[in-house]
Write a new protein. Structure first.
Length: 334
């Protein structure tokens, strides 16, 4: 059996699972429509499964050599209904291609961090994301379901960095097969080190760094994660007061740095502490230095110069992830 993935011009991956045609029968004048069966490639929105068909040569000859128009098959055919091999351990799969894995089971790097960052930045997605139905109609999608090796996979538009892309949700048993297929189609693997660099440069807050008890969700700039109109939820009153009375005293910024600096270092303006650095990452070839940090609202804004740690010069900049957040308008809060 063959697994294959195809990418449309819109960047949508669809997985097809179809059996290869068996070898032609020997000593037979009867032809079975194998070509028509194998050519019926399913649409991506069809969930289906197939099984291997295995006929012994003796049975095949007996069945197909009859000249009578009515064939009487034997009482049982030797079908092999066992599922195809499934890779149950994704870590074993990625290790084969050079992944470096920590003692905690985290895929740290594939020794291709710069290549992976280039691939993410250049991107492969264009046009609008659409879904082609069996009748050739196109419709916008938010998610779709497919089957791989008899196991369901959810494919959703978008990912946790909010860049153009897709998120795949699947069982561990299906992960190895899907991962191999994506790589065979030109995908570039990314380890956690490159992912952390990408996260920092994009400006996505992370738990334990930008998201702690010291900072609230509005200071982190996560406006799209809250609602001012939804019914009662934990923290709603606090959020409403902060918005109504303009009580947000600091906000998260990107900081372009002149040198490496440790997270937790103070941020100062005119020798006065105005915030803290929460994350740091070195860019491609270690030639770029970038951080995330909270700065008091009235102390600095985009384009201003700050000092981080021991006289490391930094420039305050907007970051893509937070720039896509949508603070409420005054009319929506009244």
């Amino acid at each position: 059996m063959a697994n294959a993935a195809t990418r449309s011009c819109h960047g949508y991956y669809s997985f097809h699972y179809s059996p290869p045609p068996p070898p032609p029968p020997r000593q037979s004048n009867l032809s079975l429509p194998w070509s028509s069966i194998s050519s019926r490639r399913p649409s991506p929105n069809y969930a289906f499964r197939t099984h291997k068909l295995s006929l012994s040569s003796t049975t095949t000859k007996t069945l197909l050599s009859s000249s009578s128009s009515s064939l009487t098959p034997p009482s049982a055919l030797p079908f092999d209904l066992s599922p195809p091999p499934i890779d149950h351990d994704l870590l074993d799969t990625v290790t084969v291609v050079g992944a470096k894995i920590s003692e905690d089971g985290i895929i740290e790097t594939f020794d291709n961090d710069d290549e992976a960052l280039d691939a993410v930045e250049n991107g492969v997605v264009g046009c609008d994301t659409v879904f082609v139905t069996p009748t050739a109609r196109t419709i916008d999608i938010a998610h779709a379901w497919i089957m791989v090796n008899g196991m369901p996979i959810t494919v959703a538009v978008g990912n946790i960095i909010s860049e153009e892309g897709f998120s795949l949700l699947m069982s561990p048993a299906a992960a190895g097969s899907v991962w191999k297929t994506l790589l065979s189609r030109g995908a570039i693997p990314m380890g956690s080190k490159a992912w952390e660099t990408f996260r920092v440069f994009q400006g996505r807050p992370a738990p334990g760094k930008e998201l702690t008890n010291e900072y609230n969700v509005l200071e982190a700039g996560l406006w799209n994660a809250i609602s001012l109109n939804k019914g009662c939820y934990k923290g709603q009153e606090t959020i409403s007061r902060l918005v109504t009375y303009d009580g947000i005293k600091q906000r998260l910024w990107g900081i372009r740095l002149s040198s490496p600096v440790e997270p937790g270092s103070p941020i100062t303006v005119d020798t006065k502490k105005v915030g803290n650095l929460t994350s740091y990452a070195a860019g491609r070839n270690k030639s770029e230095h970038f951080g995330l940090g909270y700065i008091k609202r009235r102390a600095a804004s985009e384009g201003d110069t700050v000092i981080v740690g021991d006289n490391i010069v930094g420039t305050v900049v907007e970051v893509p992830y937070l720039a896509r957040q949508c603070p409420p308008s005054k009319s929506s809060t009244s």
